[in-house]
Design a protein around this ligand. Structure first.
Ligand SMILES: C[S@@+](CC[C@H](N)C(=O)[O-])C[C@H]1O[C@@H](n2cnc3c(N)ncnc32)[C@H](O)[C@@H]1O
Length: 231
């Protein structure tokens, strides 16, 4: 079972997790990922009620709060949640729980989001169906995943030694599309074309525009939006 493995894995790395953002290339990727998720959130109401599944150390929780959403973060790892809670985001609620059995009533949230969670779970379809269940009709589910067919994705998968990605399941554009379309109307965006070298940073914006438009299936970060239409 990956559940216990994940708990152990993320317990070990919780304290160092945020140091990833100290690197300028990673900060660039983070900015591009956030721009893609901002697009995915377009048209949702201000102060909508958002559940972030697999919130980890709360990096994205801060982002969702900054966009005006009432945010609840759920994660399996007590240690990751401890770091999230230490950030003292006053209006966020954090809950320990398993994405395969979300501890909420049906149709509780306007938006359900998960950023780099699906790669680590035992049963991605079960997790999506749980997120679908707790989303209100008229709401949406946003899934951010790492693309197996991207330069950064391939480098992460091939990195020698044990890393958090050693047992992760990376997605492809098509795989995410097929998985989400089983539940309803969906849209996939490819983003984060920032190359993994500092010398390329000055060209990052141009490459991003080009990549999103012409080769979205090669973006490092894929964002899927699943709409739960009104009945
Ligand atoms: C790669 S981290 C991403 C954290 C955060 N979303 C971010 O992007 O910074 C994956 C997170 O998913 C959590 N996780 C893994 N399996 C889970 C499960 N079954 N239920 C809830 N959270 C889970 C881990 O504890 C970890 O915090």
């Amino acid at each position: 079972m990956r559940l216990q493995k994940n708990k152990d894995l993320f317990a070990k790395i919780a304290q160092q997790y945020n140091s990833w953002y100290e690197d300028p290339v990673n900060r660039c990727m983070d900015r591009q990922e956030k721009a893609a998720v901002t697009d995915a959130l377009k048209g949702t109401g201000y102060r909508a009620n958002l559940l972030e599944v697999g919130c980890g150390t709360g990096h994205w929780t801060e982002f969702f709060l900054s966009k005006g959403f009432q945010t609840t973060g759920l994660d399996i790892s007590d240690e990751m949640l401890r770091v999230a809670r230490s950030k003292e985001m006053k209006s966020a609620h954090f809950i320990q729980g398993d994405a395969h059995k979300l501890p909420f009533e049906d149709e509780t949230f306007d938006i359900c989001a998960a950023i780099t969670l699906l790669e680590f779970v035992d049963d991605p379809r079960k997790v999506i169906s749980q997120m679908y269940r707790v989303t209100r009709p008229g709401g949406r589910i946003i899934m951010g995943v790492l693309n197996k067919y991207s330069i950064v994705g391939i480098r992460r998968m091939l990195k020698p030694g044990k890393t958090i990605f050693s047992d992760a399941h990376f997605f492809s554009f098509r795989e995410l599309q097929e998985t989400l379309s089983k539940f309803g109307r969906s849209r996939i965006m490819g983003s984060t074309f920032c190359l993994p070298w500092e010398w390329a940073l000055p060209y990052a914006n141009v490459i991003e525009e080009f990549g999103r438009l012409f080769v979205p299936f090669w973006g490092t970060f894929l964002v899927g939006v699943l709409f739960k239409d009104n009945r």
